[in-house]
Design a protein around this ligand. Structure first.
Ligand code: P6P
Length: 337
């Protein structure tokens, strides 16, 4: 019989961060404190969501956010939890949230970070118990900056970190600080995120495509023909499987672990795309590239090379296994990455 191997030397997120800090040159420990504040926010939001059904928080809060989406009560709570955790960290000067029309500044904070977030992405699925998540991009303030909008209207290449938490059957955390991607799972008994996917690499190829085909009537011809080719491939190839949750964190998390491609193209209805550059596309693109994947827009430009003009700017996005994204690049006549 298999001996139950009991791991007595688990790596918690705090231990992982301290070990990472030791190898970082002239580390001040401020980044570690910020990441600790982030993980607290993820645990608190996770607990709140899981209790929601019990305390009947599900349903409309009666308010609407900056983009007019009907807000669910949990959107409001997730946003407040996140803002308070960042304020409490003491080292966040600038905060962008999908739920807040304007930038939030913490002038008294003595920190040097700017944080952009979607506190509960995929919230339209909440009432159906579908996995949702929190997505975060991290920038260090520009030199001599005391915290202004200039600290976040920058190229994605200037991010110093990105992460998402997915509130699914378990609560998962994927994190990069520029040295690869590490995946953690929340042990609710210990109240700690435990390292389970050290140095995660996305599978180079997988015949899975993840896109909302309900929009195909509005797609450009090149995108219609590309998806058709995946469904009706040349003779000797198997058709692709379709997997679409409709919650970005869930679709991207599956893509990291199984491979494949996820796309939300621009279309006649949404000419700039639907997903937000600063706190959806940028963090997922940073994580994807760090895991050996690719993230581009409809025109084949790297997401991380884009620069937002406004904090709620949207973008088209294609991300996933290099073989799959390069197939799309070939289809639109662009050089492979
Ligand atoms: P659609 C959820 O509302 C979200 O912002 C992302 O999480 C998700 O990928 C996308 O929108 C789903 O959009 O139009 O397919 O319902």
């Amino acid at each position: 019989p298999l001996k139950e191997s009991f791991d007595t030397d688990i790596i918690t997120l705090p231990r992982f961060l301290l070990e990472s800090q030791k190898c970082a040159k002239n580390a001040t420990g401020e980044f570690t404190l910020l990441l600790n504040a982030l993980q607290f926010a993820f645990k608190f939001i996770s607990q709140t969501i899981r209790r929601a059904e019990l305390v009947h928080l599900i349903g409309l809060a009666g308010a609407s956010n900056s983009t007019g989406d009907e807000q669910k009560k949990l959107d409001v709570l997730g946003d407040e939890i996140f803002i308070n955790a960042m304020k409490g960290s003491g080292n966040v000067k600038v905060l962008v949230s999908e739920e807040q029309e304007d930038l939030i500044l913490f002038p008294t904070a003595n920190g040097t970070y700017a944080v952009c977030c979607d506190p509960i992405d995929g919230s339209s699925n909440l009432d159906a118990g579908v996995s949702v998540g929190t997505i975060v991009s991290l920038f260090k303030l520009l030199p001599d900056s005391t915290g202004t909008i200039k600290d976040v209207l920058r190229s994605g290449r200037e991010m110093v970190g990105a992460c998402y938490a997915m509130y699914g059957a378990s609560t998962h955390l994927m994190l990069t600080t520029g040295q690869g991607v590490d995946g953690f799972t929340l042990d609710t008994n210990l109240g700690e995120f435990i390292l389970v996917y050290p140095d995660l690499q996305i599978p180079p190829q997988r015949s899975i495509y993840s896109i909302n085909e309900g929009n195909s009537y509005y797609w450009d011809e090149a995108i219609v023909s590309f998806i058709e080719m995946l469904k009706r491939p040349p003779q000797n190839k198997k058709p692709y499987s379709a997997r679409y949750v409709g919650s970005m964190v869930a679709d991207v998390h599956r893509t990291f672990l199984y491979g494949g491609l996820f796309a939300y193209p621009a279309d006649q209805k949404a000419k700039s795309g639907k997903l937000r550059l600063l706190y959806e596309a940028f963090p997922m693109a940073f994580l994807m590239e760090q895991a050996g994947g690719i993230a581009i827009n409809d025109r084949g430009e790297r997401i991380l090379d884009l620069v937002p003009e406004h904090i709620h700017d949207k973008t088209s996005i294609w991300l996933g296994s290099p073989d799959e994204i390069n197939q799309y690049l070939r289809h639109i006549g662009k050089p492979e990455l």
